[in-house]
Design a protein around this ligand. Structure first.
Ligand code: GLV
Length: 331
């Protein structure tokens, strides 16, 4: 009999097609909404494989609710802070993610946000749509230069590095901080690894590309914001809790920062009312990887990981390989 597979929400068709070929009887929540935690506990019961999204909190309770036959949780996201990896590993459950396929899409969005906030694009558009554009004005919507300025990339993994590489096209100086040096990035002139404090003090644009961990939560707090130039902008396409939103609102209100562009939030889908109220803040609903092709590739990758794991193979994007070694089927 086919093993039970549960998909927590509709995902792009190529991923579903792949799943259907291997597990034609897979179950899916067909509603386009995040299941309540209690519903998730109910729906995962009996599953050997769960295809989860970053909005699903897969904790010890969910792992236990699924039952001891659970072998793999395939997350359709690069980030996996929604999954308790330690609890999964303790139960011999494999966890996978979808790195690489959303790098360009997310780096592109970081740049879109950077430009949007620097040149006040959403604010200017709101003005026009409100019928307030009477004529060209020498003082109308003056923004900040991007070309030739300094970009600070915090976290130079795949996405951070892709963001940094794009800065070449705008003749920018690039500072980055990362645990380990990225020699590949430093081939261009003006790309330098610096401590976070130095980056914050020098950059005109600070873009965040770190995973969310207990160490990176609120990395950008009141103290970090105070180090930034009052003319600088903060861009976040990583994870919301990297930034202390209350401290950000305070810094903006006090004129200690020029603006912020955020795709991710501390308590999604809630957005701090202090951010919603400000024109110097650009807000998008966590769409970093939202291109048709990136999402299709994420779906295929997540489904491929799940199918491989259930077949007893090592999934290509396995996190923390020790679990697999432990559960590896005997030859
Ligand atoms: C999106 O936020 C992802 O982690 O894939």
């Amino acid at each position: 009999m086919d093993v039970d597979v549960f998909v927590t929400q509709p995902i792009p068709q190529p991923g579903l097609d792949l799943l259907a070929r291997a597990h034609p009887g897979f179950r899916i929540n067909t509603e386009e909404r995040v299941l309540e935690h209690s519903e998730l506990l109910e729906r995962v019961r009996g599953a050997a494989g769960i295809l989860a999204l970053l909005t699903d909190r897969v904790d010890a309770e969910v792992l236990d609710a699924a039952g001891p036959q659970l072998r793999i949780v395939a997350n359709m996201a690069a980030g996996f802070d929604n999954i308790d990896l330690r609890e999964a590993s303790a139960r011999g459950v494999m966890v996978t993610n979808t790195p690489g396929v959303l790098t360009d899409a997310t780096a592109d969005l970081a740049w879109a946000l950077l430009f949007a906030v620097a040149r006040r694009v959403p604010e200017a558009e709101r003005f026009l749509r409100a019928g307030r554009f009477r004529c060209w004005g020498p003082l109308l919507f003056l923004g900040a230069d991007v070309t030739g300025r300094t970009l600070g990339v915090v976290g130079a993994g795949r996405i951070g590095s892709a963001v940094a590489r794009r800065a070449r096209g705008f003749d920018m100086k690039v500072l980055y901080c990362n645990r380990s040096p990225r020699p590949g990035l430093e081939t261009g002139l003006g790309v330098r690894k610096v401590p976070l404090e130095e980056l914050l003090g020098e950059a005109d644009f600070v873009s965040l590309h770190l995973p969310l961990t207990p160490e990176t939560r609120h990395l950008i707090d009141a103290r970090a914001l105070a180090l930034m130039k009052p003319t600088a902008f903060l861009v976040n396409t990583g994870r919301g809790p990297l930034v202390d939103e209350a401290a950000l609102v305070e810094a903006l209100a006090a004129g200690r920062l020029a603006g912020a562009a955020l795709d991710v939030f501390e308590r999604e889908p809630e957005v701090h009312p202090g951010l919603l109220a400000r024109d110097d803040v650009v807000l998008t609903p966590h769409i970093g990887s939202a291109t048709t092709s990136a999402r299709a590739r994420m779906a295929v990758m997540a489904a491929g990981n799940l199918v491989a794991g259930l077949r007893g193979e090592r999934p290509p994007n396995l996190l923390g390989g020790e679990t697999w070694e432990k559960k590896r089927p005997r030859e």
